[in-house]
Write a protein that binds this ligand. Structure first.
Ligand SMILES: C[S@@+](CC[C@H](N)C(=O)[O-])C[C@H]1O[C@@H](n2cnc3c(N)ncnc32)[C@H](O)[C@@H]1O
Length: 205
């Protein structure tokens, strides 16, 4: 069965699935051509004109860019203009279409964004620190929203004890060409928690 992840550069979301033997596909404009790392195929493509292969899908994820949608950037919306907004919404909708096409459980991720207005309120909200029980390094805040469907099960929070208050590293990340990529990398603890809950769900079905 296939695990699909759209707008996914790091592949962190599919890693637990790949380790469990699933064939995983990560599509992102930043990948070059097609490459294979273990069970993960990385494909460089624009999701707006990429067609997923036929097959049986186990779960799907999407991390569409939030640059023109995140509420934190609202003061620049007017200067950016309508075409940037249209482009951003187009990518989200393409992700939604592909995720729904798989007929599998799916989750589409974005920060607190105008998607809540243009589409609907998110189904779930979490901070990476909620899943330090799976990854101690993720003890930071970054309010993250999920729009889900197809029977996706949100993992319950699982915080490691004794870590202290989560930090604010995302907002404090120093300026650099990689800043955007660093800030948007999927937290590993969340990825493991989703695998833990949804893989078990599939086995029980
Ligand atoms: C918010 S980041 C998500 C990163 C992801 N969480 C990860 O761990 O790699 C958005 C990603 O979408 C990619 N992207 C932007 N527009 C795209 C498009 N039209 N088609 C495919 N990927 C796109 C960017 O290259 C970027 O890696």
């Amino acid at each position: 069965m296939i695990v699909l992840s759209l707008c996914d550069r790091t592949g962190a979301m599919v890693q637990p699935w790949a380790e469990a033997g699933y064939k995983c596909i990560c599509v992102d404009m930043q990948h070059e051509g097609v490459s294979q790392v273990g069970n993960v195929t990385f494909i460089g493509a624009d999701v707006r004109d990429w067609l997923p292969p036929l097959g049986q899908y186990r779960i799907a994820f999407a991390f569409p860019p939030c640059t023109h949608l995140a509420v934190s950037g609202a003061r620049w919306f007017r200067d950016k203009g309508l075409s940037k907004l249209a482009q951003a919404i187009d990518i989200v909708d393409r992700c939604r279409l592909i995720c729904e096409w798989t007929s599998a459980p799916y989750a589409i991720e974005n920060p607190v964004s105008t998607l809540s207005t243009y589409w609907r309120k998110p189904d779930h909200v979490f901070d990476p620190a909620d899943f330090t029980g799976f990854e101690l390094c993720d003890n930071y805040t970054k309010k993250t929203c999920l729009w889900t469907g197809g029977g996706f099960v949100m993992p319950p929070a699982n915080r490691a004890q004794g870590l202290g208050a989560p930090d604010d590293r995302i907002h404090k990340a120093p300026p650099s060409p990689e800043r955007g990529d660093i800030r948007s990398a999927t937290p590993k603890g969340f990825a493991r928690a989703v695998f833990h809950t949804n893989e078990r769900q599939g086995s029980a079905a």
